[in-house]
Design a protein around this ligand. Sequence first.
Ligand code: DQA
Length: 163
Amino acid sequence: MLEWFLDHFDTGTIMTPLIYVLNGPNLNLLGKRQPHIYGHETLADVEADCRKLAGSLGLDMRFHQSNREYEIIDWVHEARETASGIVINPAAFTHTSVAILDALNAFDHPIIEVHISNVHKREEFRHHSFISPIASGVIAGFGTQGYQLAIQRLATLIKSAKA
Ligand code: DQA
């Protein structure tokens, strides 16, 4: 029965697009770590808000955080096979990781880079991002609301790519 269905219908048109929201090191401490910079919301709060918004925009979402560079790379590789877009806050890896840049370079759909704080108002070493040159857009300094803005933009880009 399933085979018959797959043969007779273009399942691509009925599948819900999937997005990945990836978070780098120390973001597990969100809400506890330097709240004057990163605010009081926890990463679980951010995930819940993102999930709600993604659902309302007709998107499925996978939300991950890791303190390990290789795990973020593995999720980007996974996203290559499954996802229509990535929102990523690479945290400190933004300023150091050619490996995450290379992984994202192998991803053929839109990428939005998010920073909770305004990195340009902070130390000089935070002004350089390895990721920005390949991102469709960069959001910095909007607090955790930046994730919502990024998902909204991704939804627009995914919709226009499908049209
Ligand atoms: C950050 C900014 C980075 O410079 C920093 O290392 C982080 C968080 C942000 O969301 O503002 O861990 O990406």
